[in-house]
Design a protein around this ligand. Structure first.
Ligand code: FRU
Length: 616
C-alpha cells in the first residue's frame, strides 16, 4: 500500500466515524435529530425549557415515542407525528428533567422507501424546546362557558368529587393529540361549576398496568381505606390487554394523586370497567357498581376497605336498552319531588344503542338494600327504558360525590362516539355538558322519571337582558327576536308558551349564512323535537345531521324552555328539566335571530327573555 493511499483511507475512515457521531439534523429549536433507519429516529433535547413541542398531523398513523431520561424509559406515548403537514403541536412536559439527558426514541409506522424519505417528514423542523405553550381560547368552536380541556382529546368525566368548597372534575384525556389515545386523567377544579381552573399535568397517567380509564372518587370520611381520614379515594380501570380495577388517593385535597402500590384491587375474567363507589353509612362499607360491559349488566360489590371486594349482585341482563356495551354506572338515592319519599337511581350509559344512534344515558329507578338493586316495574310488571337526555350529545354522565346540601349534580361528556373524533375542532376535542341537578318526578303515566335541571350556579352568569317580551299571540308568520351579538351570540333563552289549539310551536334559530336549527313542540303528540340537519357544518359524519325527539311528560300544552347556546352546542331544558336535549352544532356564523311561530292555529307566547352571558 502506498503512503498516499493509506492517508486517504485514514481520512475517509475518520470522516465516517465523525459522521456517525454527528447529528444528521439539528433543527435549531433546542433539539438534535438523528435518523437511525426508515422507521426509527432519535430526538435529543439540547436546549432548556418547560416543554418539548410535538408536531401532530391528525390524519397520520401513530408513532411510538419512548421518552428516555438518563438512559431509563420514563414513559411511552403514541402520537400522530406530522408527515406531510403540521396541524398543531402538543407539549411534552420536560421541566422535571432539567439537567438530565432527555432522548426520544421514536418508532414511526408508515411504510417508507428510504431514510431520505423519513428525513423529509414535516415534524422534524418543528420539534421545539420552549417555556410557553399557547392555550388561549382561540378556536372558533371552543365553548365560552362549558368545560373543555386546554388542549387534546377528552371523553368521559371522571373522579368527580366536592371537597372543601371545590368541585373536582377529572376527565379522560389524551394530552398528546385530539383523538382518543394515551388515556390519562386530566383535572380541573371550580368553585362555581362554571369557571374552571385547569391543571396542566394529568392527575393520573398510564402506568405498567395500562391506560387510566374511567372511574370515580369519594371522600373517605372514616379513613377505612388506609390513606387517612378525609383522603380522596379514587378507583379507576387500568386498561391494557385486560381491564382491571385500581386505586389511588389524594391527601392534599385533590392536587396530586398517589397510585396504590398494591394495584389491581379487583380483577375478573371478563371485561369490566368504570368503577363507581360510595360509602354506605348504614352498613359501614363501600358499595361499588362496575360495568360488566359486554354482558350488558352492572355488577355490585361491597368492601370494608376498598381493597377486598365481595360480589353481591348483578343487575340488568335483559333489561332496558341492550344494544350496546354498558359503561359508566352511577347509583344514588334522591327525593321524589313533592313527597317525603326517596328512591334510588342507577345510571347506565350505553354505547351504541342510544335513541338516536350512538351513545346515550339510560337510567333505572328502584330500590337498593345495600346489596341488590331492584327496579320499579309499571302496572304490567315491565321495566321501562328511560333516557336522561334526548339529544345526541350527552354521554358518560355521572354525579359528583359528597356534593353539599344533598345535591345530586351531574356532568356529562357532550359528544357521541359516532363522530366525537371527527368534529371540526383541532387543538381540543370535546366539551362537557353544563352541570345539572338530578331530581325525580312522577309523570302523568304514573311512572317516576329523572329530571335534570341546569345547576343554580348558571344563573350567576346571566348578563344583559337583551329581549324581554310579554304575552303575545303567535301565528304562522311568527315573531322575530334578535339574539345578542357579543361573544359570538352565546346566550340563554327562556321561553314560556301555551300551544293552545295549534298543532305545533317552533322556535327557529337562524344566521346570516342561511343555516338554522328548528326546535318544535308538537301539540298533537306532546313531544319536542330538535332539528340540526341544516345547522351549519354537518358533513364530517353521516351520523351528525339528525332530528332528535323527546317526550315532554306533560299533557296540557304548556311548555317552559331554558335554552343555553354556546359556540358549538345547544342545551334545551324543558319544564324545569323534566325533558332535556343536548345537541352539538357547528354554525358557520353565530345564530343571530330567533323566530317563534305556530302551525295549524295560534299559540300564545307568555313570555320570552333572552340574556347575554358573562363568561369572564
Ligand atoms: C366510555 C368509555 C369507558 C371507558 C372510557 C375509555 O365512554 O368507553 O367505558 O372507561 O370510555 O376512554
Amino acid at each position: 500500500m502506498t503512503k498516499t493511499k493509506t492517508a486517504t483511507s485514514a481520512i475517509l475512515i475518520a470522516a465516517a466515524l465523525s459522521m456517525a457521531h454527528m447529528p444528521l439534523y439539528a433543527n435549531k429549536n433546542g433539539v438534535e435529530i438523528e435518523h437511525l433507519g426508515v422507521n426509527n429516529t432519535l430526538v435529543r433535547v439540547t436546549g432548556e425549557g418547560k416543554y418539548l413541542l410535538l408536531p401532530i398531523q391528525e390524519s397520520n398513523d401513530e408513532a411510538t415515542i419512548n421518552v428516555i431520561i438518563d438512559g431509563k424509559l420514563q414513559k411511552s406515548i403514541n402520537a400522530r407525528l406530522a408527515k406531510s403537514k403540521v396541524d398543531y403541536t402538543v407539549p411534552l412536559y420536560i421541566e422535571d428533567f432539567k439537567g438530565k439527558n432527555i432522548v426520544l426514541n421514536i418508532v414511526t409506522s408508515q411504510g417508507r422507501s428510504s431514510v431520505r424519505e423519513a428525513k423529509e417528514d414535516a415534524c422534524w423542523p418543528i420539534f421545539e424546546v420552549t417555556d410557553s405553550f399557547n392555550t388561549a381560547n382561540r378556536e372558533k368552536y371552543r365553548p365560552a362557558y362549558h368545560h373543555t380541556p386546554l388542549w387534546g382529546w377528552m371523553n368521559d368525566p371522571n373522579g368527580m368529587v366536592y371537597k372543601d368548597g371545590k368541585w373536582h372534575l377529572c376527565y379522560q384525556w389524551n394530552p398528546y393529540g385530539s383523538k382518543w389515545q394515551n388515556l390519562s386523567w386530566g383535572q380541573s377544579t371550580s368553585e362555581d361549576l362554571v369557571h374552571w381552573e385547569h391543571q396542566e399535568l394529568p392527575a393520573l397517567e398510564p402506568d405498567g398496568l395500562g391506560m387510566i380509564f374511567s372511574g370515580s372518587s369519594a371522600i373517605d370520611k372514616t379513613g377505612s381505606a388506609g390513606f387517612g381520614k378525609d383522603a380522596i379515594v379514587t378507583m379507576f380501570t387500568s386498561a391494557a390487554a385486560s381491564q382491571i380495577q385500581s386505586l389511588a388517593s389524594s391527601t392534599d385535597g385533590g392536587r396530586t394523586y398517589d397510585v396504590y402500590p398494591g394495584n389491581p384491587v379487583l380483577t375478573l375474567e371478563s371485561e369490566a370497567r368504570d368503577p363507581n363507589m360510595f360509602w354506605d353509612e348504614k352498613a359501614g362499607q363501600w358499595v361499588l357498581t362496575l360495568a360488566h360491559a359486554l354482558d350488558h349488566e352492572m355488577l355490585i360489590f361491597t368492601s370494608p376497605d376498598m381493597k377486598e371486594w365481595t360480589l353481591q349482585s348483578r343487575f340488568g341482563q335483559g333489561l332496558g336498552a341492550q344494544d350496546g356495551v354498558w359503561e359508566c354506572p352511577d347509583l344514588f338515592e334522591i327525593p321524589i319531588a313533592g313527597t317525603d319519599e326517596k328512591k334510588w337511581v342507577l345510571l347506565c350509559n350505553i354505547n351504541p344503542g342510544g335513541p338516536f344512534g350512538g351513545s346515550a344515558t339510560q337510567y333505572f329507578v328502584g330500590d337498593f338494600d345495600g346489596k341488590v338493586f331492584t327496579p320499579d316495574t309499571d302496572k304490567d310488571g315491565n321495566v321501562k327504558t328511560k333516557w336522561l337526555d334526548y339529544g345526541k350529545d350527552h354521554y358518560a354522565t355521572v354525579s359528583f360525590s359528597d356534593a353539599p346540601d344533598n345535591r345530586r349534580t351531574v356532568i356529562g361528556w357532550m359528544s357521541n362516539w359516532q363522530y366525537a373524533a371527527e368534529v371540526p375542532t383541532m387543538q381540543f376535542r370535546s366539551a362537557n355538558t353544563l352541570p345539572r341537578e338530578i331530581g325525580l318526578f312522577r309523570a302523568a303515566d304514573g311512572e317516576l322519571y329523572a329530571s335534570s335541571a341546569p345547576s343554580p350556579e348558571l344563573d350567576a352568569i346571566r348578563g344583559k337582558l337583551a329581549v324581554n317580551a310579554g304575552k303575545t299571540s303567535i301565528g304562522k308568520k311568527g315573531k322575530q327576536f334578535q339574539l345578542p351579538a357579543a361573544n359570538d351570540g352565546i346566550c340563554e333563552i327562556i321561553a314560556e308558551f301555551n300551544a293552545l289549539k295549534s298543532d305545533s310551536v317552533t322556535l327557529t334559530l337562524t344566521n346570516t349564512a342561511g343555516e338554522k336549527v328548528a326546535m318544535t313542540y308538537n301539540n298533537l303528540d306532546r313531544t319536542m323535537s330538535f332539528d340540526r340537519r341544516h345547522s351549519g357544518i354537518t358533513d364530517f359524519s353521516e351520523n351528525f345531521p339528525a332530528v332528535t325527539v323527546s317526550p315532554t311528560f306533560e299533557n296540557d300544552g304548556k311548555v317552559s324552555l331554558r335554552i343555553f347556546i354556546d359556540r358549538s352546542s345547544i342545551e334545551m331544558f324543558g319544564n324545569n328539566g323534566q325533558f332535556v336535549m343536548t345537541n352539538l352544532v357547528f354554525p358557520n356564523k353565530p345564530y343571530s335571530t330567533l323566530t317563534v311561530s305556530a302551525n295549524g292555529g295560534n299559540a300564545r307566547l307568555n313570555s320570552l327573555k333572552i340574556y347575554s352571558l358573562n363568561v369572564n
